[in-house]
Write a protein that binds this ligand. Structure first.
Ligand SMILES: [Zn+2]
Length: 270
């Protein structure tokens, strides 16, 4: 509009302004409902996407050994419902680590608009069993599922690795539809996690690739959605343990995991 405004135009502007403002308000509310964003902003990048975060084990498992020892069907065999996980030499447990990193990652992903579903979030005494963890992701219609763990390997080894599902067709397991997208998810996670944390690729598994394919994990065998595990580091290694017991480093780990998931979901094919 030019610099000269007649008295008539000014009156017209005053008359329509409330209507425009009401329109903007309605539009902003609609945008917020659709995309989770605030008024006037583009939808959040993960709006409409569902991510399952699976904090491995459960801090309560160690006092429910009978319950977690029950065998469950993982398609190509039977395995313990769940295990206690490992710990640092100083007694910081893997279950606590996994839960803390998952919660931090969940906060980041929700801020990006994702619906985040936890398999457990300190809200149950033990478990769930590995088969139930996979079923939770199926029921949630998740676009991606990431199990968060820390390893208990020989102390001279260090670094992280990502576990990808092998092709397993046995009993209730059929990973054929998820092998390829899970690999994409794993590669995105490897890249983002490495950038965010500076953590080395595992020196003891994966031959420098930080990737391991496994057919013995119920959480992967029974998954119907793209799924990987990340072993964030080796708790038995003093240097890794030093990082993993540092809250700021766990925040970096969570940022890396969230960024890897976001990058995977941002692909046009997803
Ligand atoms: Zn674990």
């Amino acid at each position: 509009m030019g610099g000269v405004v007649s008295a008539g135009a000014g009156l017209l502007a005053a008359a329509v302004a409330p209507v425009l403002m009401a329109g903007a308000l309605v539009g902003g509310l609609a945008g917020g409902l659709a995309g989770g964003g605030s008024a006037g902003q583009a939808p959040l990048p993960l709006a409409g996407r569902t991510v399952v975060l699976d904090p491995g084990h459960n801090p309560g498992n160690s006092t429910h050994l009978a319950e977690i020892s029950r065998l469950v069907d993982v398609g190509n065999g039977r395995k313990a419902c769940n295990t206690t996980g490992t710990a640092t030499a100083g007694g910081y447990t893997e279950a606590e680590f996994n839960l803390d990193v998952a919660r931090r990652a969940g906060t980041i992903l929700r801020a990006e608009g994702a619906r985040v579903v936890f398999t457990q979030n300190g809200d149950r005494a033990w478990g769930p069993c590995v088969d139930e963890r996979a079923a939770i992701a199926t029921r949630a219609h998740a676009d991606a599922a990431v199990s968060i763990h820390a390893d208990g390997a020989p102390p001279d080894g260090y670094g992280f690795h990502v576990i990808l599902p092998a092709t397993v067709v046995a009993g209730a397991a059929d990973t054929r539809p998820i092998v390829a997208p899970s690999r994409e998810l794993g590669l995105a996670l490897r890249s983002a996690y490495s950038s965010a944390t500076g953590e080395a690729r595992s020196t003891y598994l994966g031959e420098g690739t930080a990737l391991v394919v496994r057919s013995d994990l119920g959480g992967l065998n029974l998954s119907t959605v793209p799924a990987v595990f990340i072993e964030c580091g080796n708790m038995a290694n003093p240097a890794d343990a030093g990082r993993m017991t540092t809250p700021a480093w766990r925040e970096s780990a969570a940022q890396g995991i969230a960024a890897g998931i976001s990058s995977y979901l941002a692909r046009p094919s997803r």
